[in-house]
Design a protein around this ligand. Structure first.
Ligand code: ZN
Length: 455
């Protein structure tokens, strides 16, 4: 919490006396959904430390067409957010009878010049029948978003449905925690509409089940606070998810209203994949192979370790899909235009097998726990070089750096050698196991990858 110094009286003046205090703009937001969420509007009044003209502000997502700036001399605007969200087909927006969801940068106009305001301080006049949900740091009723996080800013929700509360074991719930942190991570789940076949308790059970498994891999759920917005849509058996981390980790999940709990517990991989994205900063630049490879590789592994799927399913998937990544690396290297998910997964398979060769079956978990400890969760951003450095530093082996060097240019990964050592093969669509590989297969799922939380 920060005390406000006397310079508060200088609001609107050109010079800010204390350079140690970040220049900020303050936003007073009044939402109105009087005619229903399709017609949700936000009235936004802006006061900045420095004089900033209306034309120095911008919203993201091409939302300018929904913005009307005031002309009465007071800086501010009205945005038709319900209409904006209703017209978007992508997963970043939702508009239902009970809610509107949008990334913050679609409606909060920020100065185009980041130097004009380093902090965006937001107050939303929410009422019991119109809640505002976001995951930004909040103090004394204000949400604080750093200008540099704005472009990556998290999902926000205006709704009349109170969120569900879930938890996952935090670092302090483990005997050997992956980092400092609370005993329980707080997860708020906002269901954006009525009519889901899943009861609220089912939704909480589903998310807590897999958040718990991800917490065990990281020895503490990666994010201390998380907001999940559950939107209706898509076909049954085909959920979709996305994480946006700027200002605090948020996730949207799009789910058919008829989706069932047994499907989600036994078959769905999307939730686990998205939860894994929380475990590391977002990689800057265009290098999706690292983040997507991490999620693609760890998701089936964590679901096997947690008992959500049998080992056989993981081997079948890897035998089928790893060649996609290996072929992409052989053709263009890690940074090529091949499938980033399986390019990255093949990279992490190489790393995992290298850890086993080095007598470090715990290597993969130590790597990601160290990365999280050194660099933060999905709310942070880092370069791939920083991610790799933090991992190698934690494990004490230059494994990832060596692999990145080796595969930065086109080069074959010898998958057949891995499958021989693991004693697995595909015959007529079925996985067969050779007894010689059983020790290495067991090491792949070594207990050290998965911590038990304290009772
Ligand atoms: Zn992903």
């Amino acid at each position: 919490m920060r005390r406000w110094p006397a310079r508060m009286v200088l609001l609107g003046a050109l010079a800010v006396a204390d350079p140690a205090i970040a220049a900020s703009c303050r936003y007073d937001v009044v939402p109105d959904a009087g005619q229903g969420f399709r017609d949700l509007t936000l009235d936004v009044a802006i006061r900045c430390d420095r004089a900033v003209a209306a034309d120095a502000f911008a919203v993201g997502y091409g939302a300018e067409a929904f913005v009307t700036w005031r002309t009465d001399g007071v800086l501010g605007y009205r945005i038709a957010l319900g209409a904006l969200a209703a017209g978007r087909s992508g997963a970043d927006f939702a508009q239902t009878a009970r809610a509107v969801m949008a990334p913050v940068n679609a409606w909060l106009a920020a100065p185009v010049d980041p130097g004009l305001a380093e902090e965006l301080r937001v107050t939303v006049a929410a009422r019991p029948e119109l809640l505002f949900l976001a995951n930004f740091a909040a103090a004394t009723g204000e949400y604080v978003l750093n200008r540099q996080d704005w472009g990556y800013g998290g999902y926000t929700v205006f709704t009349d449905r109170p969120p569900l509360a879930a938890t996952a074991p935090g670092p302090a719930a483990f005997a050997k925690p992956g980092r400092d942190g609370p005993r329980a991570a707080a997860i708020r789940i906002v269901v954006l509409d009525d009519g889901f076949a899943l009861a609220d308790v089912d939704i909480v059970a589903w998310i807590e089940r897999f958040a718990g498994d991800v917490a065990r891999f990281w020895a503490g759920f990666p994010s201390d606070r998380l907001l999940i917005a559950l939107a209706p849509g898509g076909r049954p058996g085909n959920p979709f998810g996305r994480v946006r981390g700027g200002g605090g980790a948020t996730m949207t999940l799009r789910l058919a209203k008829s989706e069932s709990l047994p499907f989600l517990l036994r078959r769905d991989w999307v939730l686990t994949h998205e939860l894994i994205h929380l475990g590391a900063p977002f990689a800057r630049s265009r290098q999706p192979w690292f983040m997507e490879g991490m999620a693609t590789y760890l998701e089936p592994l964590i679901r096997v370790l947690g008992g959500a799927q049998p080992e056989r399913a993981l081997w079948a998937e890897w035998l089928r899909a790893m060649p996609t990544g290996a072929d992409a690396i052989a053709a263009q290297g890690l940074e090529g235009r091949g499938h980033p998910y399986w390019t990255g997964a093949a990279f992490f398979l190489e790393a995992h097998m290298a850890y086993l060769d080095a007598g470090r079956p715990d290597g993969l978990a130590v790597c990601f726990r160290g990365m999280r400890r050194a660099l933060g969760d999905a709310a942070a951003r880092a370069t791939v070089a920083q991610l790799i450095g933090a991992c190698d530093n934690a494990v004490g082996l230059p494994t990832l750096a060596g692999l990145q060097r080796r595969y930065s240019t086109p080069r074959r990964i010898d998958l057949q050698a891995h499958w021989r050592e693991l004693g697995i093969a595909a015959r007529d669509g079925q996985v067969t196991f050779a007894p010689e590989g059983s020790a290495r297969r067991a090491l792949t799922f070594d207990n050290s990858l998965f911590s038990n939380s304290l009772p």
